[in-house]
Ligand binder design. Structure first.
Ligand code: UDP
Length: 331
């Protein structure tokens, strides 16, 4: 298929663009390079530097490449930042999705795979999280993803043949197994990259803080579901391939089991062979004690199964990248 990948110079988008390209699809990456890296756009993939607010230009791009499906990754994605800058988050994540839909409407593109998040469930009362739990976001970021879903739902209701899929990610982790692509967030807030920076002894990251060890979990630290970025990319392809006119799909994307912060720390120590310096800090606002997916819906409906279910193997792929690229893409 001819596929537009918005945010394809970012962490998840670049891995998806590469997987699509390798699977034989014609891929066009669109990214404003605000947080993306041009070097992350895989070889052989067309690139256009556009912002989501450039509706007319996006429309032209869609028509030029005869795009049949849009994978919409481009977004701002820091919960803390969204609390400080809610208007920017609504502008980019909601306004950007609106602009993209307008461009798609004009260009006659009728399929979208939307990057949503388990944060749309807020602090769920039951785990593992199934897709039919009520969505009650607790951060502006979570709301922007929820509203993005709603926008697409409403649009689809008015256009019978329009098809969509919402993919609600859990904790996306790891890097391309062959070392070709990686993770380069600035600032970096995520657990695994920060552990690996501490292992390398990277300036300003040479001590790791565990955000609370007094949660009601077996070892007191928070439990999350870490899904490998290449498994996530394959799930996108499976979903896109399955989409038919008028389809309305939504899936949780995790591996279906959780690891605690201490378990991830132990894995990182094992993989790096370094005793990563760590201190116990206070809890981080808004962190739920346990979040992991019931991923059975996508497994049953699309026969998607993650290749990586062991945290050691996931951390290993990230370690390969961070060791070779301590300064990320170096731009
Ligand atoms: N975490 C931590 N120290 C860090 C970064 C994260 O203890 O420097 C914890 C965080 O509190 C959460 C888990 O690691 O329980 C995963 O956090 P991350 O920011 O990677 O993803 P999130 O779950 O917030 O999307």
């Amino acid at each position: 298929m001819n596929v537009l990948v918005t945010g394809g110079a970012g962490y998840i988008g670049s891995h998806a663009a590469q997987a699509l390209h390798l699977a034989g699809h014609n891929v066009v990456v669109m990214d404003n390079l605000y947080r993306g890296h041009q070097q992350a756009v895989p070889m052989g993939v067309a690139f256009s530097q556009l912002d989501l607010n450039q509706t007319n230009d996006i429309c032209e791009l869609l028509s030029l490449h005869k795009i049949e499906c849009v994978m919409h990754f481009a977004a701002l994605a820091y919960v803390g930042e969204s609390i400080e800058q809610p208007l920017t988050y609504y502008q980019v994540n909601v306004g950007g999705t609106l602009s993209l839909l307008q461009a798609m409407e004009t260009a006659g593109v009728r399929r979208i795979v939307f990057s949503s998040s388990c944060t749309t469930y807020g602090q769920p009362k039951t785990i593992p999280l199934t897709e039919n739990l009520p969505q009650k976001p607790i951060s502006p970021y979570g709301w922007t993803k929820f509203i993005g879903e709603q926008l697409i739902r409403d649009y689809a209701r008015a256009h019978d043949s329009f098809a969509y899929a919402f993919l609600r990610y859990f904790n996306v982790a790891g890097c391309a197994e062959d070392g070709s692509l990686g993770e380069d967030h600035r600032p970096e807030t995520h657990l695994i990259p920060n552990l690996l920076f501490a292992a390398i002894g990277k300036e300003s990251n040479n001590e790791m803080t565990i955000f609370g060890d007094d949660y009601n979990t077996p070892d007191g630290t928070c439990i999350r579901d870490y899904i490998h970025v290449e498994d996530l990319a394959q799930a996108h392809i499976a979903v896109m391939t399955a989409l038919r006119d008028g389809d309305q799909r939504f899936y949780n994307l995790g591996i279906g089991k959780g690891y605690s912060v201490k378990q991830v720390l132990d894995a990182a120590k094992r993989i790096c062979g370094v005793d990563i310096p760590c201190r116990i800090g206070s809890r981080r606002d808004g962190d739920a004690p346990q979040l992991y997916a019931d991923a059975s819906k996508i497994k049953e409906e699309l026969d998607w199964n993650p290749r990586f279910t062991d945290i050691n193997a996931i951390v290993q792929t990230a370690w390969k990248w961070f060791q070779s690229n301590p300064n990320g893409y170096g731009d």
